[in-house]
Write a protein that binds this ligand. Structure first.
Ligand code: IPM
Ligand code: MN
Length: 353
């Protein structure tokens, strides 16, 4: 097929990991006879520095006119400790989500057996944990009415029925494709918005009789995730809860550098690692490119190109098995590989397959 990508490397380690993700996309397209074209666009702090806007109109138009967006990361410490900064790199990410209507953020929490020892949890708890968090991405407190003054500030956790229905539908459908267990995470004992979520979920559940649906308060879910991560199959939740729970999910697997994500909705889908821009590592060739590379696998899978996705996953697993790993997951005394070397190894694996 013909595949046109918008490539948004962003800030920090973004450009380095993107180089490897793109190289993998190219190798796969060559191997399977797909016609790949791509164009770069700016976003985040890079775009603020260049044009004063973290998600410029040109970038938006390129995204709209592409089949998929491959995104790396945004964020720069020079904005973090300045509460008076008028524009922030993260606003670029939020603008992209909103303008592309990316209401469903799919974040798989997958453990790799060979990395279980890196998890802060006990081996027997975490081995085999494998679930998907579906995070609502264009509503809730992130986008509800805000007020900010010296002595008073608020955010509004605003949701409407159609917004809740469409994300729950994604949750139920993922559960149908997987082990048919959906956990709806909310705070219905306190929050009105959560009560609406729960009510709608209860109305929808009978349409999916094969799915075991349970309802869990977010505080309890946070606890359950570390006590018994294997309990979960598919979890669906609102924007803020999903943000927090997926960071927790990423660290139980042993490395945040390994988790990809997909954001889908009304317009072009976006594929990106769940980690941030790790500015301290910029240019050092130490960032793990696997989350970006696995985001490329999710991209192909989105277009139903399963063999392409599988080959990427196979190459990633092979690299881990053969200790071709970036420093944060390298075994003691193992050979040293940087971002580039890991990427090149995976590209070679794909070419030689
Ligand atoms: C994420 C990030 C973003 C979020 C930030 C960078 C705005 O933490 O994608 O999880 O809070 O959604
Ligand atoms: Mn987050």
């Amino acid at each position: 097929m013909k595949l046109k990508l918008a490539v948004l490397p962003g800030d920090g380690i973004g450009p380095e990991i993107m180089e490897q993700g793109l190289a993998v996309a190219k190798a796969i397209c060559e191997k399977f006879g797909h016609e790949l074209s791509y164009e770069y666009a700016i976003c985040g702090a890079d775009a603020i520095d260049k044009v004063g806007d973290p998600f410029p109109e040109d970038t938006f138009n390129l995204c709209l006119n592409s089949d998929a967006v491959l995104f790396a990361s945004v964020g720069d410490p020079k904005f973090d400790n300045n509460p008076n900064a008028k524009v922030r790199p993260e606003q670029g990410l939020l603008a992209m989500r909103k303008k592309l209507g990316l209401f469903a953020n799919i974040r798989p929490v997958t453990t790799f057996d060979c990395l279980v020892h890196k998890s802060p949890l006990k081996d027997e708890l975490v081995r085999g944990a494998d679930f998907i968090c579906i995070r609502e991405l264009t509503g809730g407190m992130y986008f509800g009415e805000k007020y900010e003054a010296d002595d008073k500030a608020y955010d509004t956790n605003f949701y409407t029925r159609p917004e809740i229905e469409r994300i729950l539908k994604v949750g139920f459908e993922y559960a149908m494709k997987r082990n048919k267990h959906l956990t709806v995470v909310d705070k219905a004992n306190v929050l009105a918005s959560s009560r609406l979520w729960r009510k709608i979920a209860q109305e929808m559940a009978p349409q999916y009789p094969e799915v075991t649906t349970d309802y869990m308060y977010v505080d309890n879910a946070a606890m359950r995730m570390i006590q018994e991560p294997r309990f979960f199959d598919v979890m669906v939740t609102e924007n803020t809860f999903g943000d927090i729970l997926t960071d927790e999910g990423s660290c139980i697997t042993g490395s945040m550098g390994l988790l990809p994500s997909a954001s889908t909705g009304e317009h072009t889908p976006v594929f990106e690692p769940i980690h941030g821009s790790w500015p301290q590592a910029k240019g050092l060739n130490i960032a793990n490119p696997l989350a970006q590379i696995l985001s490329v696998a999710m991209l192909f899978e989105y277009f139903d190109l399963k063999a392409e996705g599988s080959l990427i996953r196979e190459a990633v697993n092979a690299s881990l098995d053969q200790n071709v790993r970036t420093p944060e997951i390298q075994v003691e005394g193992g050979a040293k590989y940087g971002t580039k070397e890991v990427g090149a190894w995976i590209v070679d694996y794909i070419k030689n397959k």
